[in-house]
Ligand binder design. Structure first.
Ligand code: UDX
Length: 474
């Protein structure tokens, strides 16, 4: 087994049987060198339960089954389980249904509403239930603790209990203490933190091609079953203490959010100074210490993770007595970004009152139907408050938006949406919008304003058609 300069064990490349990778090693070396797993032959197929078939749980379960484990996906919503049993994915995620179908066909993926039975037959139990933000910004652990209470009586042989949901720092300790209070023999459970880093819309790709896997343990060797499960991914597997693993998740997502807010702050300077934020980002990103990813200026970050995790880290900092002003500023910049963009549109239109505005894209980013904390929601609120008429189109997120805003006009394609509009706003940079016919758009619109919230179009292409083009950071 290769070990990086930092002492991080690097498992063999994809396709190599994980057991071989483990057997070849003298020991599994942790980051700090403290822990080492016994040298052993690993030939078994692990039985895995994944509790919660939401985004993280379903992707984890389906892919582990695809990779050879026997997986039971557990959920208290029978309707969801029926959908999975039919070989469909209850969430929109490219490629996931095919993986579910092949795992079902191979007999390695099952579903169940019986939590206790699933746990009794499992070597590894993942907790992947929802941890939505509560009123004060901290993740609500009700569902996690409920699961712990339900599984406690079913723990009769050793299990590795893995938190996959994003949980506050210290949740592993809380789970361990809860199990002890419930009378579970501590030798029968290893509570492990294994944060998820997959992105919506590319979750399948990300799970097969992770940059790193983090396993946080509080007992030497507690990581071994997860190393068996993950051994075939050709990426560093970092074994840390449990609290560090929990913090790595928050720190990573918050850092990325800060990076986006930083470039969005630079975009504001660009708008006033004659610089172009795309050029600035390119020049910065070529410095390998900075890196070019997550430097796309736009309407700001949204989704189910960044807003929640930034809040979670702020709360965590607060409990340690640290005032994390930099992270608060990143949040402020993000909150201001869309309203600033919309005020530029209002300046051009004079007023929103009575204007027809076409929205291209509603999801918080492309390739997902998720509208949680989507910038489209903020835009719709501002337009409604200003008295505008809204027409919108998104390839997959419209049903979700219809539940929140049934009163706006939904269209069946981008070209149809822009017809008769005073202004068009590109909200989500779906690939299909790149093929918008600008000449046709110019001739069918009432007005001539194209506001690009994601810097998805080329100015010269748009302006050739006679449309007026406005975007972020220039
Ligand atoms: C994120 C993390 O990337 C992932 O590791 C973690 O597991 C969950 O949270 P996700 O929420 O799916 O994933 O979306 P991501 O692709 O990271 O984008 C987050 C937001 O940032 C989106 O609103 C996106 O539009 C925005 N973004 C991203 C930018 O505005 N600019 C960028 O350069 C990159």
């Amino acid at each position: 087994m290769k070990v990086t300069l930092d002492g991080v064990p690097v498992m063999n490349g994809a396709g190599t049987v994980n057991a071989e990778a483990l057997n070849a090693s003298k020991a599994v070396v942790s980051l700090n060198g403290e822990k080492s797993a016994p040298r052993q032959r690993v030939t078994r197929t692990l039985n895995v339960s994944v509790i919660g078939t939401g985004y993280v749980g379903l992707v984890t379960g389906a892919i582990l089954a695809d990779q050879g484990s026997n997986v039971i996906c557990v959920d208290n919503n029978p309707a969801k389980l029926e959908v999975i049993e039919r070989g469909e994915s209850p969430i929109y995620e490219p490629g996931l249904d095919k993986i579910i179908q092949s795992a079902l066909r191979a007999g390695r993926l099952k579903t169940s509403g019986d939590l206790a039975a699933a746990v009794e037959n499992s070597d590894v139990v993942y907790i992947a239930v929802g941890t939505p933000p509560s009123a004060d910004g901290t993740p609500d652990l009700t569902a996690v603790i409920q699961v712990v209470n339900q599984i406690a009586p079913a723990i009769k042989k050793h299990i590795t209990l893995v938190t996959k949901s994003t949980v506050p720092v210290g949740t592993g300790d809380l789970i361990e203490n809860t199990l002890q209070d419930l009378g579970v023999d501590p030798n029968l459970v290893d509570v492990v933190s294994n944060p998820e880093f997959l992105r919506e819309g590319s979750a399948v790709y990300d799970t097969f091609n992770p940059d790193r896997i983090v396993v946080g343990v509080n007992r030497p060797g507690a990581e071994i079953k997860l190393l068996e499960l993950y051994g075939r991914y050709g990426c560093p597997i970092l074994v840390t203490n449990r609290t560090s693993a929990e913090l790595i998740k928050y720190a990573s997502n918050s850092f990325l959010a800060v990076k986006i807010s930083f470039i969005n702050a630079i975009s504001r300077i660009c708008e006033q100074s004659g610089a172009d934020v795309a050029e600035v980002a390119k020049g910065m990103g070529l410095d390998s210490r900075i890196g070019k990813q997550f430097l796309n200026a736009g309407l700001g970050w949204g989704g189910s993770c960044f807003p929640k995790d930034v809040q979670g880290l702020l709360k965590c900092a607060e409990t340690t007595g640290y005032d994390f002003t930099m992270l608060k500023s990143a949040e402020d910049i993000n909150n201001d970004q869309t309203s600033h963009f919309m005020s530029r549109l209002r300046d051009q239109l004079g007023t929103f009152e009575g204007k027809t505005i076409a929205l291209l894209g509603l999801a918080f980013k492309p390739n997902t139907d998720d509208i949680r904390d989507a910038k489209a929601l903020e835009i719709i609120d501002l337009l409604k408050a200003g008295g505008a008429k809204i027409r919108a189109y998104d390839p997959v997120a419209m049903p979700n938006m219809m539940e929140v805003h049934p009163d706006i006009e939904y269209k069946s394609g981008g070209q149809e949406t822009v017809e008769g509009a005073d202004a068009v706003i590109l909200v989500t940079e779906w690939e299909e919008f790149k093929w918008l016919d600008f000449d046709l758009t110019a001739s069918t619109m009432k007005g001539d304003l194209l506001f690009d919230g994601r810097r998805a179009f080329r100015r010269e292409d748009v302006e050739k058609s006679g449309l007026r083009y406005f975007t972020i950071g220039v």
